[in-house]
Each structure stands twice: as structure tokens, then as C-alpha cells.
Design a protein around this ligand. Structure first.
Ligand SMILES: C[S@@+](CC[C@H](N)C(=O)[O-])C[C@H]1O[C@@H](n2cnc3c(N)ncnc32)[C@H](O)[C@@H]1O
Ligand SMILES: [Zn+2]
Length: 275
């Protein structure tokens, strides 16, 4: 069973007729009609709508669906195929999956994707709602990465694309020798956007720290240039942590710039859990 109870940590068992889950201590979680589970108890919620807002999600979805990060998503699929598990299905979790874009690309671009058991977790309910609607055969839950309601040693691979994490929990739910694939920004990621915002743009520190108990298998850099139109440029800006700095004149300049080319730069790092 993949899930544990977020309240008492006992295994969750599925009640087949209703598709809901319950534990031995009678905590019960309904399956939403869109096919996702909400395993974030109210008492664990720090705000009414935790995670990315609906507006941020919409921006990210429009931008991603336009294909600007497709080369990176295809690289993720290639790395998964190169490191397929010995046993099937291969259990894969996308942590902080947002609206499930990468999970859908994995299903599209990985070979024999019927042998993949795809899971996604995000704290934002609106994002999981959208993810579950778009990919019926993947398993999406609303929960926090800080306390992952998954069984110990369940996953073969965890994907983390620009998302927060709890290292101890990641090691716990990965199998021995399970894999962690992280995508982080490279030194020149979105350089030309940053030039509008900062007086002097500094290159990112690209040293990627794998959590304790992981050994690096490989790391690769992927860089290419994109030319988003005005709307997608605004959406991209909303996806960045520096969006709040772009106001008034700066925002107008970014929006009006003609044919702006923007560099993307990603570091994909694959580590093995040696707990
Ligand atoms: C920058 S977005 C990245 C989304 C997606 N991985 C992508 O690259 O398109 C970060 C995501 O992490 C989610 N998030 C933030 N805090 C979280 C937490 N404590 N647990 C789970 N998800 C969280 C947000 O709701 C958001 O969807
Ligand atoms: Zn329970």
C-alpha cells in the first residue's frame, strides 16, 4: 500500500466501493470525484490555501503547456529510462508536482510507460485538482512534503523540480538504492529576465547538494534559448522567485521588449539513496 495515515501514520487501506481510504484508527479520507486524495488534515494547514495560488498555477500551466520546458521534460524521461527499476511497476513520485506537467510528459516520453506507477504530491489543492483531471491513471494527493503520507521504502524514484523538500522524509519513502532526480537552475537561467530587474546579475551557485545518505550518479546541464511572447513572458516571470521585484516601469519594459530571447539553464542531478 502506498499511503500511510497523516494523523496516526498507520497504513491506509482502500475501501473499494467508495475508493476512499481508512486506517485501523478509523481516520477516513474520501477520494475526490476528480480522482485525488486529500491527505492534508486541517490541523496541518498553515493557511487557508497553502502552496501556489490559483493565479500562479494558471501562469505556470499556460507557460509549460506552450512547450518552453519540453526539452528539459524529455531529458527527465530519458534519465528515467536509463535508470529503470529491475522490478515493475517502477514507483515514481513527483514532489511539489504542481498541476502535473512533468508526470504527463513522463507518461508520454518514457518507454513502456504502462510499467510506471506515477504519483504526484502538492500542498496546493487547486493544482492537484487540475493534475488529477488531466491524468486519470496517475495518483495525486494533496499533502505536505514536510510529512509525506507514503509508506517507508515505497518509491523507486523521486523527482523534484523546483520544489521544497524534507530530506529525511525523502530517504524514508525511497527504497534502498532508490533514486532522487532534482532539477535546479543553472548559472545563466533566465539571465535576460534578470537583467531587467537587477542592476548587476550574478551567476547562480550551481553546486547541488544531495541530501545526506545519497551518492551522485550523474549530473548534467541543459541550456537553450526561448522566445516567449508577451503573455508567456509575464507567465514565466510569475513562476520565478523574483517576480515580486518587477513592478511599474520594469514590468512594462519586460512586457514591451520586442523579440526578447531568454536563456534557460537547468542542472539535472541524479543521486542514489544508500541508507
Ligand atoms: C515552483 S513550483 C514547481 C512546480 C513544478 N514542480 C514545476 O516545476 O512546474 C513549487 C510547487 O511546490 C508546491 N509546494 C510548496 N510548498 C509545499 C509543501 N510544503 N509541500 C508540497 N508542495 C509544496 C507549490 O504549491 C508549487 O506547486
Ligand atoms: Zn490514522
Amino acid at each position: 500500500m502506498p499511503y500511510i495515515c497523516p494523523i496516526c501514520q498507520s497504513p491506509l487501506i482502500q475501501h473499494i466501493p467508495s475508493k476512499g481510504y481508512y486506517c485501523a484508527n478509523k481516520h477516513h479520507f474520501d477520494m475526490a470525484k476528480e480522482g485525488y486524495l486529500n491527505l492534508l488534515p486541517v490541523q496541518h494547514k498553515k493557511s487557508k490555501e497553502p502552496g501556489d495560488s490559483r493565479a500562479m498555477m494558471r501562469s505556470r500551466r499556460n507557460f509549460l503547456e506552450s512547450g518552453f520546458y519540453l526539452p528539459m521534460a524529455k531529458e527527465i524521461a530519458k534519465m528515467i529510462d536509463k535508470n529503470r527499476s529491475q522490478t515493475t511497476p517502477m514507483h515514481i513520485l513527483d514532489m511539489g508536482c504542481g498541476e502535473g506537467y512533468y508526470s504527463r510528459q513522463i507518461e508520454t516520453f518514457c518507454q513502456n510507460s504502462a510499467d510506471l506507477d506515477l504519483h504526484g504530491i502538492d500542498i496546493a489543492k487547486n493544482a492537484i485538482f487540475a493534475a488529477a483531471k488531466k491524468q486519470e491513471n496517475a495518483h495525486f494527493i494533496v499533502a505536505s512534503n514536510k510529512q509525506l503520507p507514503y509508506s517507508t521504502d515505497f518509491f523507486d524514484l523521486i523527482l523534484r523540480v523546483y520544489a521544497p523538500s524534507n530530506d529525511k522524509e525523502v530517504s524514508r519513502i525511497l527504497k534502498h538504492e532508490g533514486l532522487l532526480l532534482t532539477v535546479t537552475p543553472g548559472p545563466r537561467h533566465l539571465w535576460q529576465l534578470k537583467e531587467f530587474i537587477y542592476k548587476k546579475v550574478n551567476e547562480h551557485d550551481i553546486s547541488v547538494d544531495l541530501p545526506e545518505g545519497f551518492e551522485k550518479i550523474e549530473s548534467q546541464q541543459l541550456s537553450y534559448t526561448i522566445q516567449p511572447d508577451q503573455d508567456n513572458r509575464m507567465a514565466l516571470l510569475q513562476m520565478t522567485p523574483f517576480a515580486w521585484r518587477a513592478k511599474g516601469e520594469t514590468l512594462n519594459n519586460i512586457q514591451r521588449a520586442k523579440g526578447l530571447e531568454i536563456e534557460t539553464d537547468f542542472i539535472l542531478t541524479l543521486g542514489r539513496c544508500i541508507k
